[in-house]
Design a protein around this ligand. Structure first.
Ligand code: PLP
Length: 403
């Protein structure tokens, strides 16, 4: 079976992890800061803070920028749950505005039109690796006094062109903080893991403390325990000034991250090659839409975490379940990404959200089908997927016309 996503682990990765395990450090040690520096350098960003997963990275980011319980955080409905649950977990109100059908990302116009006075942050998701329209989104958010967090879990090392310049995800002026995930299906992996990236010194300092219970150990940061008898600050001394998480990542995970980072360019290159082949193969299929880009120039910059076709299953005379079963019979895994988050029972029950809230996201969901895309796919795998998708479309069309 060819899965829809898969990690690439080499002997070098195993060796790096083994060395870290034998180094005497298990959790926070030298590999954590080494990984952070290497990642920040790769992106060109000032600060990178490694954490246990990207859900924690989003929670910490919202806390670091000062989001308070009861404040509204708007994100895209076309995303994984965590883009929205991270806000709920800190007591804020996750809300959603519709996507644009040229990029399947948060629509700046929809964001502006649905703006509410209590919205204090926008979490912009880079669906499938294509960046959201960050300049336009940040204009709407900042004009209204809100901060911008870019959920770039799909866009590790992604770039985009704007006004004839190429900008790197994690190091451009339109996001205050950017978060990445190193879950095994993502572009590079640490098993579980995430990264918070920012050029803002204050946010970085806050994120570092929030990663480990809100504790600070640097004398410059101390405010004191209040009473004279507690004034002596010896080497044991630390303070908790904010309510944080335990979101630390281990040293051996960061050793894996460093090893993966050394190959990430080749991962991206292979992903782009496969997408190019898929696009050529599927561009002229009836009732099938290949992934659209808001800006064609971004074809060579997109990091392509997912390859999602929009299939008009009804027009093909088929259902998505049958289509996926047929692909499965050809040995091909596929996935549906994403169910609009606000349709989930918990969101409906908690906030009263329901269908009709974001029509584009709902229309997208009904047609979406993500195909296998990962760097260790062989050419034979790619051809197997292409032939199976084509023959499944043909068969479905045939059956449809007979029905
Ligand atoms: C994977 C993912 C997350 C959560 O990442 P974890 O590391 O699994 O917590 C958040 N947002 C998006 C868009 C994702 O794809």
């Amino acid at each position: 079976m060819i899965p829809y996503g898969k990690q690439s682990i080499t002997e070098a990765d195993k060796k790096a992890v083994e060395e870290a395990l034998c180094s005497g450090w298990l959790t926070t040690g030298p590999k954590v800061s080494e990984f952070e520096s290497a990642f920040a350098e790769k992106i060109g960003a000032k600060h990178a803070i490694a954490v246990s997963n990207a859900t924690a990275a989003l929670q910490i980011s919202l806390l670091a920028v000062g989001i308070k319980p009861g404040q509204r955080v708007v994100t895209s409905p076309n995303t994984f749950l965590a883009s929205a649950t991270s806000a709920a977990l800190i007591g804020a109100i996750p809300d959603f505005c519709d996507i644009e059908l040229t990029s399947y990302n948060l629509c700046p116009t929809s964001l502006a039109n649905s703006w509410q006075a209590d919205t204090k942050a926008v979490v912009a998701v880079d669906y499938a690796g294509q960046t959201a329209n960050m300049p336009a989104i940040s204009k709407v958010a900042r004009d209204n006094g809100a901060v911008v967090i870019e959920d770039a879990c799909h866009a590790v090392l992604g770039e985009f062109e704007y006004q004839d310049k190429v900008h790197q995800v994690g190091n451009h002026p339109w996001a205050d903080i950017t978060t990445f995930s190193f879950h095994p299906v993502k572009t590079m992996t640490t098993g579980e893991g995430g990264m918070i990236v920012t050029n803002n010194d204050e946010y970085a300092r806050a994120a570092k403390a929030l990663r480990t219970h809100g504790m600070v150990r640097t004398p410059d940061d101390f405010t004191g325990l209040g009473d004279a008898q507690f004034i002596e600050h010896g080497p044991w001394y630390y303070e908790m000034q904010h309510l944080g998480l335990n979101a630390r990542i281990t040293d051996f995970q960061c050793a894996l991250g460093l090893s993966q980072l050394s190959r990430v360019d080749s991962f991206l290159e292979r992903r782009r090659e496969i997408v190019h082949q898929y696009n050529n193969a599927f561009a002229n299929l009836d009732h099938v839409q290949i992934p659209e880009l808001r800006n064609q120039a971004d074809a060579k910059f997109t990091s392509w975490h997912l390859y999602t076709l929009l299939v008009d299953f009804a027009a093909l005379g088929n259902t998505r379940s049958d289509f996926m079963t047929t692909l499965g019979n050809h040995g091909i895994g596929s996935q549906v990404l994403y169910i609009p988050v606000y349709l989930q029972p918990w969101f409906r029950n908690t906030y009263g959200y329901g269908s009709g809230k974001c029509p584009n996201a709902e229309a997208f969901y009904l047609k979406a089908l993500s195909l296998p895309l990962f760097p260790s796919m062989t050419q034979a795998d790619v051809h197997t997927v292409i032939n199976a998708v084509k023959s499944t479309c043909d068969r479905a069309k045939h059956q449809g016309s007979e029905a």
